[in-house]
Design a protein around this ligand. Structure first.
Ligand code: G
Ligand code: MN
Length: 407
């Protein structure tokens, strides 16, 4: 019986995107311990237009894949019952490594248990022997087309600057990101006294699939693991403060979900020891309404000795109640308000008024994202007490120095 599927090996992958490396050949990995069957499946080579690699056990298949770091196979067809790593074991090992190649499992003795495991680890299909050759070819072609589609989607997303991580390997990217996480520090300066008064701690990772910290946070959000990231960042900062004992303040960004983490409020937490040196930044972009009892939480943080800053002021939509709720010690003006401030009269007026208002309220003002001397000069003249940006120093390993420019 022929299946209804008719997915020819489409030349999808000839539509290459800039920078993309795509093979045009379609490869199938056949994993089967019985020689006769291996040869039968091998026939998809001729009639299905595949280039076939054979393996006699799950272990052997894994060796082939490992040698190629996951390999570029369009499909894996694997027997379930085999000595030396069965089909389910192979499937599990693939997924644990973050490899998402479509897998068709074949079995002579179907059982609920193996069918459930197949589902759990995302097998594409569970076939019973004897296998219809035509059906296998159709399925394998369909798997391959889907695999290419998924790769192209990824390449398109990467090209467009969107998230570069395949959803199926989010967990792997996240784990690697967390493992290779490090904290960069960027000076915050008093430009008039030419003093570094603080550093902002900024998270970085060495994981190639996480090119910017924003990607780490969006993966963590999807995996429900934001608070884990926050806890790691805080303990790293505490470790650096213990080792280097800087005499400056430290600005630290909080995610709004960090406010729900009880660990943040514990006097025994590593960072709490340094509370009076730390200014917690809460971005104006965050929707604090989702966080219950925000006033109570802010007061607990103050009791521990932390100060608070509103970050990215000017970039969000928050109203005055944000000020009332947080009663910040410091506000940080968003980069968009600073950019070209020396050439933009409206921005200059807004920033000037903000600085005057903040001064009356006893709130310090940091101008963020200063890139050129003219921005530094204008922001300072308008009343920004403190400045931060590439013009003074880029974020780097603890602790970057400022070579003082003349304004
Ligand atoms: O949202 P928040 O203000 O915490 O973001 C700080 C980010 O801005 C960091 O990732 C930092 O690397 C970046 N940054 C710091 N200084 C400058 C600058 O002068 N120009 C630009 N474009 N980015 C900056
Ligand atoms: Mn910040």
């Amino acid at each position: 019986m022929h299946s209804n599927y008719n997915y020819p090996c489409h030349p999808l992958d000839q539509q290459t995107l800039p920078g993309a490396r795509i093979r045009t050949e379609t490869r199938a990995l056949i994993v089967e311990d019985e020689r006769a069957l291996r040869l039968l499946y091998g026939q998809i080579q001729e009639s299905g237009g595949f280039s076939v690699v054979l393996a006699a056990s799950g272990r052997e298949a894994l060796e082939v894949l490992e040698a190629e770091e996951g390999g570029e196979f369009g499909v894996i067809v694997s027997d379930i019952t085999m000595p030396d790593m069965d089909g389910i074991g192979l499937l599990r090992s693939l997924r644990q490594r973050g490899w998402d190649t479509p897998v068709i499992l074949v079995t002579g003795s179907p059982a609920v248990e193996s069918a459930v495991s197949a589902l759990e680890y995302g097998a594409m299909r569970y076939l019973c022997k004897p296998v219809n050759r035509r059906e296998l070819i159709d399925l394998a072609s369909r798997a391959t087309a889907l695999q290419r589609l998924s790769r192209l989607r990824q390449q398109a997303a990467t090209y467009l600057g969107a998230e570069a991580v395949d959803p199926k390997s989010l967990g792997v990217s996240f784990a690697r990101g967390l493992d290779s996480l490090w904290i960069a520090y960027q000076p915050i300066v008093n430009p008039i006294r030419q003093e570094v008064v603080a550093f902002e701690a900024l998270v970085r990772t060495q994981e190639p699939s996480i090119p910017q910290p924003g990607v780490l946070f969006s993966i963590a959000e999807r995996l429900g693991r934001i608070q884990e990231v926050g806890a790691v960042i805080r303990s790293r900062v505490a470790q650096t403060l213990t080792e280097h004992q800087p005499q400056t303040d430290i600005f630290l960004n909080l995610h709004s979900l960090d406010l729900l983490d009880e660990g943040l409020y514990s006097a025994a937490a590593p960072l709490s020891t340094f509370a009076d040196q730390i200014i917690l930044e809460i971005t104006e972009r965050a929707a604090l309404e989702q966080v219950g009892d925000i006033a109570g939480r802010i007061s607990r943080l103050r009791q521990l000795g932390f100060r608070l800053a509103i970050d990215d002021l000017g970039a969000g939509y928050s109203g005055l109640n944000y000020f009332a709720l947080l009663s910040p010690d410091i506000v940080k003006l968003d980069i968009s308000l600073i950019r070209n401030i020396h050439q933009d009269g409206v921005k200059a007026k807004i920033v000037g008024s903000l600085c005057t208002l903040c001064r009356e309220l006893g709130i310090g003002v940091v101008g963020e994202g200063i890139e050129v001397a003219a921005e530094a000069l204008t922001a300072s003249q308008l009343g920004c007490d403190l400045l931060q940006g590439y013009f003074f120093a880029r974020p780097d390993h603890p602790f970057p120095q400022v070579i003082w420019p003349s304004l």
